[in-house]
Structure formats: structure tokens, C-alpha cells
Design a protein around this ligand. Structure first.
Ligand code: C5P
Length: 403
């Protein structure tokens, strides 16, 4: 279950061309298990009709502070108390300025001012890049950050005006992931987590490689789950067609040798290392400099063993991180995984059976998690939900070890 599941989210929409994207955001929030109420500024109503948000959220959309039509009890204070999270998306330069100066001249700004201190306030800016970079906006944003407001984005790219720069509303899936990181609790705050994810590609020549079917989805979900718990996250990843979770530092690699080099460069001072990558066990003994030409009916490739990155991290000695590995097996799951746990000197291993259409390149998975004197089975569920469940186990064991 993600961090947003069961949360009451108040979505504030302000006057920006990106307001139409907030319609999709309502849907994505609901899919994440949130109850959503929408409050719009007067300018937002010029871009998108409140009826769209009313239909999507299933609740009346509020805009004015004094609304004779509003249901009893849903005045600005009770709405502020109702919200467990407030997210302003898109947040215009004008709204950010009003927020920074504590204005309460419409319902949305009043709600933000009246919210409980423990209610996270998140703003996702969307504006022209010149407006974003203007010193006034930057100072207002700094003020908000200093007060503990989460500023999510903005993203970079082509803008509605045709100019290119920083100021786009984050893409909705990225924004959802970023919001998920704002709700807490953050048991890994101040800790550094390094993960490997995805497949590796072992070159045969400039165009061919030996690879595997790993999608990287489990590793990327674990990176997001670690970031949700407040960790600083570094994701060393082989080639994957996935969006890097918000705030996560991505180190792109291709081969196992590159992955090893990147991991060894990152692992110093790291608290938890999770090896979720499907690292190739072998690489070509020699990589041809030119494209190999077909000729004979059969072709033998000589392969040599790759270094075991996980075992190497586990063997680092004093000050080494809490090390978690994965084991993909097609039989004798627990027996082989426990053997791997001991042989590689790991703190924990997450084993999955890849013989039943599980594990590689599919959306769901189940895991048997083992450690020195115990273990737990995590039932089949989406890799995103499973990543949260596994991170809870990792955090509990990591803290129990007195790390
Ligand atoms: O030995 P096996 O490949 O089954 O171990 C799987 C675990 O070891 C995974 O956590 C994987 O990321 C890691 N591994 C590694 N380097 C390798 C091979 C596997 O880090 N060369």
C-alpha cells in the first residue's frame, strides 16, 4: 500500500494553462486510494470549468470564502481541518507570492493559512520560465521552503507560450510520486540508500549485447519507497524505460563492470544497499571493435564471469551498509535463498519464484524475505505495493540491528 492510500487530499488549482492537467491528477490521486476535494481560485475557473473537477472528484468544488451554497460545516476552517495533505497543482507565480506573504484573500489562500501545522502543504509550480527565474518568485519560493512547504518541481521543457525552460508542471505520474514522498513518516531521514536496478548489457560488438528481461520495475519501486521514508536515494540502473522517481539521483550504466564501478563510487557512507539489478553473470571474453559478420552456421561466444557486486559490497567490512540482495529461483526457493544469504554475507535476502510467471517483466510479484534468524512472506501484489512492504521490513531489521 502506498503512502497516499486512505489520505484525505485537498487539491488546490490556481490560474495556469496547466490547470487542465489537474483533472488527470484527481483521477491518479483516487487510484492511489485518496479521497479528493478540489478548491479553485477565480483565475483557475477561467481555464477549466469547476464542473469538470466536481464530476471527477464527486464533490462540489469550492472557490469563494463566503459561499451560501456550500454544505453546512464545510467552511474554510473545517475544510482545512479535513485535509490531511494540501497540494496546490498547478501553483501560479501569483499564488506562490500570496502564500509567501500570508494573504488570505480567497478560499484557497485562507485554507493554506488555516491548515494545521502537521498538514503537509505541497506546491507544484507551473509558469513561464522567466516568471519562475524572476528574483521575486525565487525569493517567495525560498520563503516557502524555509517554512517547511514542499516545492515539487517545476519541470523543464517546452512551455505553453512556445518558449523552452524551467517552469512546467511536473508530469502527473512524477508529481504523484513526489507527493507520496511528502506525507511521512520518514524513518530513513538523514540516511543514504544506494540501489541497483534493471538489467545489464554485456557487449559482444558495437551493436550486439547479451542481456536479460528485467524491466527494472521492482528496483525503481524500491527507490521510490526508500525516498518516501525520507532517505537520500541513489539509483544505479541498467537500461530501463521507466521514469526515475522524483528526487532520486540516477546513475545510468550499461554493463556489470560499469555498475560495479558506479556502486563502489557511491557506496561509501551509505546506510542501506539494495541489489535489485539482474546483473549478468557473464560477459564476453573479448568485445569485437567492429560489427561481427555472419558466416558459419554456428557461432560460439566465449564468456567469462562478472564480479559479484552484491557480495563485494557485503564484504566491505567495518562501516559497510546494511546489505539486501535478491534471489530469483525456479525451485527450492527458501533453501537456495538462505544459502545465498550466508554465502554472500548479506543481512537480508528477498527471494522470488520466477517459474510461475512471476518476477521478470511482469507487474506483480511475491517475495520470501529471509534474514539470519527469521523471515516473512510478502504475498503477491503490485511491485509498487510490494516495494513498500519490503522497505518496512528492511527499516525494521536495519533499526533493530542498531545501525
Ligand atoms: O547469485 P545471484 O545472481 O542469484 O544473486 C542475485 C543477487 O546478487 C541480486 O541481488 C543481484 O543484484 C546480485 N548480483 C550482483 N552482481 C552479480 C550478480 C548478482 O550484485 N554479478
Amino acid at each position: 500500500m502506498g503512502m497516499l492510500h486512505g489520505r484525505r487530499v485537498l487539491l488546490g488549482v490556481t490560474g495556469s494553462v496547466a490547470a487542465y492537467k489537474a483533472c488527470d491528477f484527481v483521477r491518479r490521486l483516487q487510484e492511489a486510494g485518496c479521497e479528493v476535494r478540489v478548491v479553485m481560485t477565480a483565475a483557475a475557473c477561467e481555464f477549466v470549468a469547476p464542473l469538470s473537477f466536481q464530476a471527477l472528484s464527486g464533490f462540489p468544488v469550492r472557490s469563494a470564502v463566503f459561499d451560501a451554497q456550500a454544505e453546512a460545516g464545510m467552511d474554510h476552517i473545517s475544510l482545512a481541518r479535513w485535509a490531511e495533505v494540501i497540494v496546490i497543482a498547478p501553483a501560479s507565480a501569483n499564488f506562490i507570492a500570496r502564500l509567501a506573504h500570508g494573504l488570505a484573500d480567497d478560499l484557497l489562500s485562507t485554507l493554506c493559512l488555516a491548515r494545521l501545522v502537521q498538514t503537509p502543504l505541497c506546491v507544484a509550480p507551473a509558469m513561464n520560465h522567466g516568471m519562475w527565474l524572476n528574483a521575486a518568485t525565487q525569493e517567495n519560493v525560498s520563503t516557502l521552503r524555509r517554512r517547511g512547504v514542499f516545492v515539487l518541481g517545476p519541470g523543464q521543457g517546452v512551455q505553453a507560450c512556445g518558449e523552452v525552460g524551467e517552469g512546467r508542471l511536473l508530469e502527473i505520474p512524477v508529481l504523484l510520486g513526489a507527493l507520496e514522498q511528502c506525507v511521512g513518516p520518514w524513518p530513513l531521514r538523514g540516511r543514504r540508500v544506494v540501489l541497483t536496478a534493471g538489467p545489464t548489457r554485456e557487449a559482444l560488438d558495437p551493436v550486439r549485447y547479451v542481456g536479460n528481461r528485467s524491466s527494472g520495475r521492482m528496483g525503481y519501486a524500491l527507490a521510490q519507497a526508500a525516498a518516501c521514508r525520507g532517505a537520500e536515494v541513489v539509483l544505479v540502473s541498467g537500461p530501463c524505460a521507466l521514469a526515475v522517481p522524483y528526487g532520486v539521483r540516477h546513475v545510468a550504466v550499461e554493463s556489470a563492470a560499469q555498475m560495479r564501478e558506479a556502486v563502489l563510487a557511491e557506496v561509501g557512507g551509505c546506510d542501506v544497499f539494495i541489489g535489485a539489478a539482474a546483473v549478468a553473470d557473464y560477459r564476453a571474453a573479448a568485445v569485437a571493435a567492429q560489427k561481427l559478420k555472419k558466416g558459419a552456421d554456428d557461432w560460439c561466444v566465449s564468456l567469462v564471469r562478472n564480479p559479484d557486486i552484491l557480495a563485494e559490497v557485503a564484504a566491505l567490512g567495518v562501516g559497510r551498509p546494511f546489505v539486501v540482495g535478491f534471489a530469483a529461483e525456479t525451485g527450492r526457493l527458501v533453501e537456495l535463498a538462505r544459502d545465498k544469504l550466508v554465502r554472500k554475507g548479506l543481512d537480508m535476502i528477498a527471494a522470488n519464484d520466477v517459474s510461475e510467471g512471476q518476477g521478470f517483466d511482469v507487474a506483480d510479484n511475491a517475495l520470501s524475505v529471509l534474514w539470519g534468524d527469521g523471515g516473512v512472506d510478502l504475498p503477491r501484489q503490485s511491485k509498487e505495493a510490494l516495494a513498500h512492504a519490503l522497505l518496512d521490513v528492511i527499516v525494521a531489521r536495519y533499526l533493530a540491528k542498531g545501525c
